[in-house]
Design a protein around this ligand. Structure first.
Ligand SMILES: Cc1cc2nc3c(=O)[nH]c(=O)nc-3n(C[C@H](O)[C@H](O)[C@H](O)COP(=O)(O)O)c2cc1C
Length: 216
């Protein structure tokens, strides 16, 4: 009986340590400052400047810039919770994972906050090109297929890709307006990155997009 109790106690300790260890992998959440929406660049100026860049300075982005970038990408812009980018049937199935030097976070648009996903620098794992590791931030657009209620497999493929593309263009235009460099990338080892991010089978990586200051 005592042996059984001792065994149970040690199993509880092992389980507690395991939970604590996995919690330690989570970077603490980042509260984003309120987005500053007073950038004076016109839409036409941003459209004129929009381009793909592949050379990045490694200087980190200030939190205010990350906040503004994510709001522009897919932030809530109306009282009913709808966003700066459209989504088919308002599924809002695209989650933006944000890989920074210190860890990977997922953008919570409603709370306008970054929730910790995994500690450590995974930027190099977000693409197959050399410059990927240099950009201070990489956004990974991940479709949560579970949110696409009653969609056929064909519609899930089509609309998750379309919805991610709208967000990507918002990022392009924000970066053009803010003097940042950005480049969207389909060249991603999706199975390896999905594993590194601990994604479920019904979460699908659509595209990655590097963001940073231009290389001097
Ligand atoms: C769906 C998609 C996937 C892309 N994948 C990559 C990529 O993996 N690597 C890359 O360097 N550029 C990638 N690009 C960027 C294109 O090469 C780029 O948009 C194109 O050359 C036109 O240049 P521009 O964006 O400066 O007009 C991708 C663009 C799109 C729309």
């Amino acid at each position: 009986m005592n042996l059984l109790r001792a065994l149970r106690t040690s199993l509880t300790i092992v389980a507690t340590v395991a939970v604590a260890a996995s919690a330690a992998q989570l970077p603490p959440p980042i509260e984003l400052p309120k987005p500053k929406l007073d950038n004076g660049t016109t839409l036409i100026q941003a459209l004129k400047a929009r381009m793909t860049g592949r050379e990045f300075s490694s200087v980190p982005l200030p939190l205010q810039t990350i906040s503004d970038l994510l709001w522009a990408a897919f932030g809530v812009n109306r009282a009913d919770g709808r966003r700066t980018a459209p989504s088919a049937k308002n599924w809002q199935e695209i989650d933006i994972y944000v890989a920074l030097r210190q860890g990977v976070y997922v953008f919570n648009g409603k709370a306008h906050a970054l929730e910790g996903v995994i500690a450590g620098d995974l930027r190099a794992a977000t693409g197959l090109q050399g410059f990927v590791k240099d950009a201070p931030a990489t956004l990974v657009f991940v479709a949560d297929l579970a949110r696409m209620k009653d969609a056929s497999a064909e519609d899930r493929d089509l609309y998750s890709a379309t919805d991610a593309a709208f967000i990507s263009q918002n990022v392009y235009l924000y970066c053009a307006a803010a003097g940042l460099t950005t480049g969207v990338r389909g060249s991603v080892d999706r199975p390896a990155l999905a594993k590194a991010l601990g994604l479920r089978a019904d979460q699908r990586i659509i595209l990655a997009q590097s963001v940073g200051y231009p290389k001097k």
